[in-house]
Unconditional design. Sequence first.
Length: 271
Amino acid sequence: MARTYPAGVTCWVDTEQPDLPAATEFYAGLFGWTLTDVVPPGAGDPYVVATLEGSDVAALAPAIGGRPAAWNTYVAVEDTDRATAAVESLAGQVKMPPADAGPGGRWALVADPLGAEFRLWQARRRLGAQLVNAPGSWNFSDLHTPDRDRALAFYGALFDWGTTELPGGAGTMLQVPGYGDHLAATVDPGIHERQATAPPGFADVIGGLVVDDEPHWSVTFSVADRDDAAATAEKLGASVVGSAENPWTRTALVRDPQGAQFTISQFTPPA
């Protein structure tokens, strides 16, 4: 069964890179991705979809208009045009208006009132990431914002997001009400039983919230071993900006050879 994403759920990530061939070589070497340009010859700029075990996990594309290398997070919507109008009505910004991405779907580049950019995605043929939380695949996207309350007011009105707090002050998680039920009915029938001891509504979590002076969305990928993955990234020309550990994960912040930052995370639950 294909993985589908209800409106308001983070659904896809891609990266824009000034040197696309170099970027594909780096990420294939780091995560073991198979990379395929899905744009027919002569039909436009390349869009290289990464797969693991035959499932879509992310994509790479040329940088748009000289923009710096970065990872982007997409949020599923039922209608990109209506969602874009809603962003504007809530004091957000439209950086690129709605446009078709071939037969795959329709997208727009927007920013929240504090400046964090994200993308809207109305799926057609491309439903979103089909493998997640496995080593080499997308794990989470986190909203970094200088004003927690203002950000939550915006996203709550736009996507009906709620929050739950992790035990011990470990962080704030963003939720879409009912997402866990959607997963249970589709690709993850045991999610509620598996998370019986988790905080209430944890199955509805779609990302995290971090108070940060620099507003942006960050992307995290799962890895089997943080230290091995960090060493591989460095051998491939990246730099490791920093690392952290908590009772559940071992992470490292990595800057790829062209400057795009992302986090790698090893899941290390208590015994």
